[in-house]
Every structure is written in C-alpha cells, then in structure tokens.
Write a protein that binds this ligand. Sequence first.
Ligand SMILES: Cc1ncc(COP(=O)(O)O)c(C=O)c1O
Ligand SMILES: N[C@@H](CCCC[NH3+])C(=O)O
Length: 414
Amino acid sequence: MDHFLYKNNELQAEDCQVAQLAQTYGTPLYIYSRATLERHWHAFDRAVANHPHLICYAVKANSNIAVLNVLARLGSGFDIVSGGELSRVIEAGGSPDKVVFSGVGKTVAEMEMALNLGIHCFNVESAAELEQLNLVAVRLGKVAPVSLRVNPDVDAGTHPYISTGLKENKFGIAMDEAEAIFARANSLPGLKVKGVDCHIGSQLTEIQPFLDAMDRMLALIDRLAEQGINIEHFDVGGGLGVTYDDETPPQPDVYAAALLERLGGRALKLIFEPGRAIAANAGIFVTQVLYLKGNSDKHFALVDGAMNDLIRPSLYSAWQNIIPVKPREGDTRNYDIVGPVCETGDFLGKNRELNLDTGDFLAVRSSGAYGFTMSSNYNSRPRAAEIMVDGSRAHLIREREKLSQLWQGEQLLP
Ligand SMILES: Cc1ncc(COP(=O)(O)O)c(C=O)c1O
Ligand SMILES: N[C@@H](CCCC[NH3+])C(=O)O
C-alpha cells in the first residue's frame, strides 16, 4: 500500500496533509513515511524467513538517524561504506555485529574503528586492502572477519554510472584472481574468511543479471570448498530496482525465491544489502513554485528545490514523477521544473504536463533514496529539512541548515 496518496484532492503523507507539512516546516522539504520503510524492510525479511539470512540496509541510500533507528528497531543489519556511516549506525542504535563494511577505499582509521566495534564482516575489495586489514588487525590483537567482493563480470543492464559488476568497473576482485586471494586471506593471522560477496549495480529491474552473477559466485564457492576454504555466508549485495515510472522490477519475494532456488540446498547464510528498494518510495521531496516564466514555445516553473537537494535527474537523467500537492482543475501546460542553481543542468523534471500557479507545492516522488544523502551546499544553499510521518504525527528529524552553518569551521587568514 502506498502511503503517499490523494485524499479529498490533496496529497497525504500517511495521515498528514502534505501542504500543511510544507507550510509548517518550509520547503524544500524531504518527507519520509515510517510505515513504508517498515513495510519494505519486512517484505525483504519475510521473503527469506525460512533461510538463515541478514538484511543489511545500505546506509548510503538514506542515512538519516531516525530512518536508521526505525530499521534498527526492526532488527536490521546495515551495509556501510565509511566511518561516517558506521558512526551514524551506532548513534541510531544499530548493532555493530550486524554491520558489513563495503567500499574500495577503507582507511586505516576506518578499519580500526570497525575492528574495535566488532562488526560482522569486512567486504574486502582488493588484495592490497586485504594486506592492510591484516596488519591493522594484528596490531590491535584482533581477527577481522572478511568476505571478498568478487566482480562477476555481468552486465546489470542499468545506467552505466550505477553499474558495478563489470570488469571495467573499479569494484571488487577479478574472478580469475579470486581463488588465489582467498587462499592468501586464509593464511593470514589477522583474518578469518567468512564469506563471498558481490554487488553488480543499482536499480536493476530484471532478475536475470542477479542469477547470472549468482551462478558464477556459487561456482567459485564450490571451487573454494574443494580447496578446504569453507564459506559461511554469501552476500548478494543490493541493487533491486523500484518503480519510478513504468518499470516492473521483481518484488522482494519473487527475487528472493529465485535466488534461493539457485542456491540449490547449500547451507549458506544469505546477506542482502538493499538500499533503494527500502527507502526510495518511502520518501517524497516537496518544493514550492517561486515563479512561472516562459515564451511561445517553452514554459518553466522555477521552484525552490534544486539539483543540490536532489541530484538524480541532473546526474543520471533520472525520471521521477512530479505531482501537484493540491491539483488544480483546468488546462495544463508543458513545464520544465527547474531550480535556482546556476547550471543549465539544474532541473528536477522536464516536459511535465501540469496546471500551476505561483506558490503551489509540488512533490517529487520516490525521493527517499539517494535524495538527501547526495545533496550538497552548491551555490551555498542550505540543506533541506527532513521530517518523518508516523500516522497522523509528523516529526522533524533534521532541521533545515542555518546560513551560519554554511561557513562553520572556516577561518580567516591571520
Ligand atoms: C556494495 C553495495 N551494496 C549495496 C548497495 C545498495 O544498492 P541499492 O540501493 O541499489 O539496493 C550499493 C549501491 O549500489 C553498493 O554499492
Ligand atoms: N546514487 C545512485 C545509486 C548508486 C548506488 C550506490 N552504489 C542513484 O541515485 O541511483
């Protein structure tokens, strides 16, 4: 069930009126639905309920502390890519022993932090990183649980910028080097081999690339077993897509059932790292029309939200639905919805048929993932506020940035 629906011709966020929220908290504004976040997480967890598993929500999709806390309370694990994300998980009440640490460039300080907190597993992405992690662990008198991220060289069929499982991408260890690096990991005193990991890309709408990757990874796991290297878990990564427009990605139950079937009775624990599938449709981005302008063939709606708040349309030419918070009767016009940033590429959507007036609120749907987390202060614009609705209640979970925060920490020369 969608928790952002019209009621009496007004957009609601759960049981709250979006227009009222926009007036109370100001725009641009991110609004998340707690019920949707919980529903999406449970959909994943239920899909593998009969198999040993851990759902590690990918923090990069939406790292607001309240969002992480909602998921931590459900018992979620977390997939992190930095010390910053790890500290957010801890602040939000997440368990370090359910954290997997992905990323190609972990620093020594981040390794130390994660070892001292006792995370579930490091997803190691290169031979060089493996050696570094071993040194750090030995120095601290610890043994690091490791999984090697192997690049299965499959085409995820997604946008090139968010495809990660091809040989030409920077991620993971090449399949033909994997066995030797596993053997090396197995011989190092500071490491304990736990798993195998892959992640082939984001916003996948077909199941086949996941299955192709899985076949290659399972064949590797079987070869490792022959060498006496026993793998406890298989981390399948994230990447399950969502509906932005008319895509029909598999639902988590269909996706998980297909993976479980491929597993063929192997007693491997499965780790999932979904980000977008949990957070994207749990959020909207609300912006207000500042000015309408146009000429005989082009109409622009200048809104107070911009590419610094929501960069997906500019960066990936991503299409996200833009809907009026209070739809008007009457004729529509073809608008480009553009922000105040001084870039031609600053748009939230192009060619949208809408009936607009100055002061109207618009909602950009599916903005709960890779929205706020990718925002910036470009043009010295303060970051938007974030709120979470929970039934008829709304909670401010991050205040709009104040102008003075934009230069905090910067110093004049003496
Ligand atoms: C290693 C890893 N895990 C999980 C994710 C989450 O991906 P998604 O939000 O597509 O589920 C990503 C991002 O693509 C990633 O790089
Ligand atoms: N930020 C991307 C997804 C990247 C996933 C991170 N590995 C998006 O908005 O679609």
